[in-house]
Design a protein around this ligand. Sequence first.
Ligand code: ZN
Ligand code: FE
Length: 763
Amino acid sequence: MTSACLIKVRGVVQGVGFRPFVYRIATELHLSGWVLNGQEGVAIHLEGDEAHVQSFLDRLKSEAPPASRIVEMDVAPAATAGFQNFSIKESERNQRPTVRISPDLPVCNECLREMADASNRRHQYPYINCTNCGPRYTVILALPYDRPNTTMKDWPFDEYCDREYHDPANRRFHAQPVACPQCGPHYYLRVGEETISGDDVVIRRTVELLKAGKIVAVKGLGGYHLACDARNVDAVAAMRARKFRKEKPFAVMVETVAAAEALVELSADAKELLTSIARPIVLAPAKRELLGVAPDNRELGIMLPYTPLQHLLFAAGAPPVLVMTSANRSSEPIAYEDDDAFDRLSGIADAFLVGERPIARRVDDSVARAGAWGPAILRRSRAYAPGAVTSFPLPSRTEKSILALGADLKNTVTLVVEGQAFVSQHIGDLDHYDAFRAFEETIRDLMTMYQIRWEDVVVVHDAHPEYRSTAHGLRLPCVEKRAVQHHRAHIASVLAEHGAWARLALGISFDGTGYGDDGSIWGGEFFVGSLQNGFERVAHLRPAALPGGDAAAQYPVQAAAGFLAQVEGLPSLSDAPFSFPSRYAAALQLVHKKVRTFPTTSVGRLFDTAAALLGFTRHITFEGQAAMWVEHIARGAGEVDCYPFPFLNGELDFRPLLQAVAMDRIKGRNIADIARAFQRGIAHGVAEATKALARSHNVDVTVFSGGVFQNELLLEDLKAELGNTGLQLWTNQAVPANDGGISLGQAALAFFDDMKKKYRDAA
Ligand code: ZN
Ligand code: FE
């Protein structure tokens, strides 16, 4: 019996080989009709034998291309139109695009095979790709995703590529970035004044330079990397010196999983992350130390090659472990435009391996970890962005889109269009001028891409009046603006990830800093509530003083002054074993005189205080360094009991905890054991508070977010403490627990704020 139907597929279905796949199974099943890329996804009209239509629908789901993700599928009966065959129709472009842009994909195995085959037209071609692989987000200039809207627009197809591109049976059918050595872009090498061309020549020369200990800037998918031999101590030291990056760990790239396993311990989950389609940098426990690569760190960040060029470098004999770090100086954003790269990196790189294909936008490597509570993303960027993280409950659609601006550190922005939350790539610390420009660009980019007008958007920003993102939000030309408190946004980000819109939860939000309701510096907060009804603060860390405010984050001893001022019976900390520098005494003066001193409940600063007592008395060179150091030291300890960190009257009291640290230090106990007892004390205190609050508020879901919960040891201890209490333990997985997740949380709270208002108006 002949039947006809119209199928609408939403999700990641464009630019991932979906239409050729549809074409293939439709023709195999002798079905007629058409498929097209619409603004809302892929639409398919099918006619033919009813049983065949049914098996088409089954195969559509079970055999979909690896990089695609079907989120919604809608099948409706249609009138038969008497099509004779099956065809691929031109893209539709009328309404607003709500289609999801595919993130970038790693080069696929078929392309790798062709690249290694001397008889193939694309033998050793660094820009090989097909519908199953290659760049997407980093080449898209506008929607819909068609060649003229990509950075490949200036390379017209030759006859060969044109034939493949138009052949529905070919793997390169409508592969927008497709190219070959005859018609496509190439790589060239700049060494000093010299420019060398020829893909194979420049790859060989690059390998020679790397082997000789040189630093090469290599253009990748979303920006430049700085590469050097990770086992060459001098090269690594030179990289640190020239990059002004004293201690922050570098990531490395190795060719195979086996090579990765020689360097780090890979759990099954970690291996899955490492080889996942996103190819993120995976943090895993190091088996051996690569001198200077990740100092004072138990973990090493490791990734596999994901561009054809990276594979070619290894195949040509590059050093087996390469430092591959974002090409920038210190905390600047990654360089992605050639001239800017030459300009900014000239003092760092000995040579530039430059690809001619322009990068549409800056996208760093993503960072992930297979942690104690499951896989978690710590930096959400390449190959995740700009995927939708979650869909807010519809059909109660808010007519307006929501643009959430995030926080000033580790900034990301989130745009909610018709319920879908698109979280941008990692942008960075907005204090930096270039990062701030990237922030503005990203907002413009998202607004343009989804064709959102300013009058149709609600802007959400942090409650901090002095954040750059707040000031920018207030300048934007839209009518509706809303502030969301930082730590509530952390909790909301987890619930939004889980789609737990109405769920009552206890939220534990710990981080370094955030603007509190009372204007003080929060960072050790407990909330009870839900996304729909908002969150009430129910407990917190005992307040301490913070001399110098947020600036104290740079100096653990400065933060320590405010906390230790409340701890009785301490000797002079200028003397051994503490030997605090004079900055401590000066800060203590401020605390006693109550000058330039602000109240704080920051757990991040509590960790800094412990670090200072344990010997970290210099200033930090990257955010969170002192806390990471405490965790690292604690890993070296044996079995120890926890220090007391009592929870009483809605406050976690740090005084006994810090007193125990200081006294044991004076007694000469080894610092690993002290650090461990401190960490366990934190976990035990938090667990006791969590149990008590969950009981009194009758809550069974507990949500942990904020930068402090990137501390793996803390998560392990909390799991041991709370694992069998019947409480559900949730933390971030799809967006970072650090401030990279703030924009999603802001968007979620604003979304439900709007819903509430609508219900109120309706009532
Ligand atoms: Zn491919
Ligand atoms: Fe935060």
